[in-house]
Design a protein around this ligand. Structure first.
Ligand SMILES: Nc1ncnc2c1ncn2[C@@H]1O[C@H](COP(=O)(O)OP(=O)(O)OP(=O)(O)O)[C@@H](O)[C@H]1O
Length: 467
C-alpha cells in the first residue's frame, strides 16, 4: 500500500477536527470533522484568516507572520485547552483544542496543525445528569444551591424553564437567601453559559460612578477620565449582566437603563457613537419595588421591562427542613477548608440552630458554622461553640425543642441521622428521643428511624425505667 496517497482518507476518518494553517494563520486544510464542527467547507475555509472562528483560546497579535501573528507560534504548543469558537451559523461551540507549530527544514515556522474536539455533547450531558440526580435526590445541590424542600424544588424547576430564554428575570428575596446564586444558576443553565457573567452591585456605587461602570466612558468625559473605559454592559456582551440591588439605582440612571434595554444599544459616557450589545439581564432586589414606584423612587416602565419573570428565594425560616442539610454542607466545606476533623453537630446544637429564626438567612448560617469551627476542638459542634445570639434565642423556650420533634422530615433526613450518630451513643439517642416524646415508644421509634420493637428491645437492653 502506498500510504502517501492515503493521508487524506486517514485524516478524514479521525473523529477530532484537524485544521492546518499557514504562518499567517490562514487555513490551508481542514478534515471532515473540522468542517462539521465549524460549519464551513474546506473550500470556504481555504485562504481565510483563522480569526473567522473567533476562538477564545487564541492570542492573536495580528502583526505579520509567525510569532508576530499569534501567541501559539511563540509558545510552540497548546495542550487540551478548553475554548469556544463561533461556527458558520453564528453558534458558539465549546471545544478542546491542541495545537503544534510546524517548521520547515531550516527551522522556520511554516504554520500549525490544530485538533478540535467538540464538547457541547458533554456539556449537555452534564446538565442532564444534574437534572436526573436531582430527580432522584442523589445530589444535594443545584448549581451549588443547597435545599430539597418542595419550595426549593419548584424554584429549580422555574430556573430550568426560564434559563434557556432571554426573558428578563427579577430575583426577589431577603438578604442572604441566595439571589446571586440563583442568578449564576440561570446563567450556567442557559445558552449563554460559556459567555461572561457580569455582576454589578448597584447599591455600592454613587450615581456618576454607576453610570460609567454600566456604560463605560471615553477619555476626557469628565475630570479623572484619563482613558477610555469599557462598561459592564459591553463586558457582558453575549453573556449575562446581573444587576444586584436594582432598587437602589438613582432615577437618572434608570432612564438610561430603560433606553439601553429597549434599544439594545449603549453609549459610553462622553461618546456620540452607539454600540450594539446583546446581553441577558437579570436583576435582584430585597426591596419592595411596588412601594418605591408609589413613592416616586422607581420608574414603573423600567419595572415592567425587567420584571417579566419574577423568581422568589424563600427565607430560611420558611424552609426549616433544609437546615440540617445546609448545616452539613457548610460543615463539609469548612472541614475541607480548615483541615479540621469536625464531622457533625450534636443534637442539642442542632435543635438550637433549627429553632433560631435566621434573619440573615443562609449567609448568617454559613457565618455561624465558620464561627463554630474556630472554637470547636472535637468531632462535633456543640451548643458551646455557637454564637451567643443562637443560644440566647432559645434559652427558656421549651417549645422550640419540641419543634424538631414534630417535624418527621427532619428526622428522616440521613444527614441529620449521621449528625446524631456522631454526637451520641445509642443509649443517649434513645433517652433523648424518649424524653422528647414523653416516653411514647412509637414516636420515639419514628424519631430514631427504627421500628417500635427495636425501641422496646433497646429499653430492655439498657434497663431504662419509663415513668
Ligand atoms: N441555597 C444555598 N445553598 C448554599 N449556600 C447558599 C445558599 N443560599 C445562599 N448561600 C450562601 O449564602 C451566601 C449569600 O448568598 P447570596 O449572595 O447569593 O445571597 P443574596 O440573596 O444575593 O444576598 P444579598 O441580598 O445580601 O446580596 C452565599 O455566599 C452562599 O455561601
Amino acid at each position: 500500500m502506498d500510504i502517501g496517497k492515503q493521508w487524506r482518507h486517514i485524516i478524514d476518518s479521525v473523529q477530532d477536527g484537524i485544521i492546518i494553517v499557514d504562518e499567517k494563520g490562514c487555513f490551508v486544510a481542514a478534515n471532515q470533522t473540522a468542517q462539521w464542527i465549524t460549519g464551513y467547507t474546506e473550500e470556504e475555509l481555504k485562504g481565510q484568516s483563522c480569526r473567522i472562528l473567533n476562538c477564545t483560546g487564541c492570542k492573536i497579535i495580528g502583526k505579520g507572520k509567525g510569532k508576530n501573528w499569534c501567541g501559539l507560534f511563540s509558545q510552540g504548543l497548546i495542550r487540551e485547552k478548553k475554548c469556544l469558537i463561533t461556527n458558520r451559523q453564528n453558534r458558539t461551540i465549546p471545544i478542546i483544542k491542541s495545537a503544534t507549530v510546524l517548521f520547515d527544514d531550516k527551522k522556520e515556522i511554516i504554520g500549525a496543525v490544530e485538533t478540535l474536539k467538540d464538547i457541547s455533547e458533554n456539556i449537555n450531558y452534564k446538565n442532564e445528569l444534574a437534572s436526573i440526580k436531582r430527580m432522584y435526590h442523589i445530589d444535594d445541590g443545584f448549581h451549588g444551591i443547597v435545599g430539597r424542600t418542595p419550595v426549593m424544588q419548584s424554584l429549580y424547576e422555574l430556573i430550568e424553564s426560564v434559563a434557556s430564554q432571554d426573558t428578563p428575570v427579577m430575583i426577589l428575596g431577603e438578604s442572604g437567601t441566595g439571589k446571586e446564586m440563583v442568578a449564576k444558576a440561570l446563567h450556567e443553565t442557559g445558552e449563554r453559559a460559556s459567555k461572561p457573567f457580569v455582576k454589578v452591585n448597584c447599591a455600592a456605587l454613587s450615581e456618576h460612578i454607576l453610570e460609567s461602570e454600566l456604560f463605560g466612558h471615553v477619555k476626557g468625559a469628565y475630570t479623572g477620565a484619563d482613558s477610555d473605559r469599557v462598561g459592564r454592559f459591553e463586558a457582558a456582551h453575549k453573556g449575562t449582566i446581573f444587576l444586584d440591588e436594582i432598587g437602589d439605582i438613582p432615577l437618572s440612571v434608570q432612564v438610561k437603563l430603560l433606553r439601553v434595554l429597549e434599544e439594545k444599544m449603549i453609549q459610553r459616557v462622553g461618546a456620540n457613537k452607539s454600540i450594539q450589545i446583546d446581553v441577558r439581564i437579570i436583576t435582584a432586589t430585597n426591596k419592595n419595588l411596588e412601594q418605591l414606584i408609589k413613592d416616586g423612587l422607581f420608574r414603573e416602565d423600567l419595572f415592567f421591562r425587567i420584571n417579566v419573570f419574577p423568581l422568589t428565594c424563600p427565607p430560611l425560616r420558611h424552609r426549616k427542613d433544609d437546615i440540617t442539610l445546609i448545616i452539613q454542607h457548610f460543615i463539609n466545606f469548612h472541614a475541607e477548608k480548615t483541615g479540621k476533623n469536625i464531622l457533625g453537630i450534636t443534637p442539642e446544637a442542632m435543635r438550637l440552630m433549627v429553632a433560631y429564626p435566621w434573619p440573615g438567612n443562609i449567609r448568617e448560617l454559613r457565618n455561624s458554622i465558620e464561627y463554630a469551627f474556630v472554637l470547636a476542638r472535637e468531632k462535633s459542634i456543640g451548643p458551646e461553640h455557637l454564637p451567643e445570639k443562637i443560644i440566647s434565642h432559645t434559652s427558656g423556650e421549651t417549645g422550640s425543642l419540641k419543634y424538631l420533634a414534630s417535624k418527621d422530615t427532619v428526622f428522616n433526613d440521613p444527614t441529620f441521622e449521621d449528625t446524631i450518630k456522631l454526637g451520641l451513643s445509642e443509649k443517649e439517642k434513645l433517652l433523648d428521643a424518649l424524653r422528647q416524646t414523653d416516653g411514647n415508644q412509637s414516636r420515639a421509634a419514628k424519631i430514631l428511624g427504627v421500628s417500635r420493637i427495636t425501641v422496646w428491645k433497646r429499653i430492655k437492653k439498657y434497663g431504662i425505667q419509663l415513668k
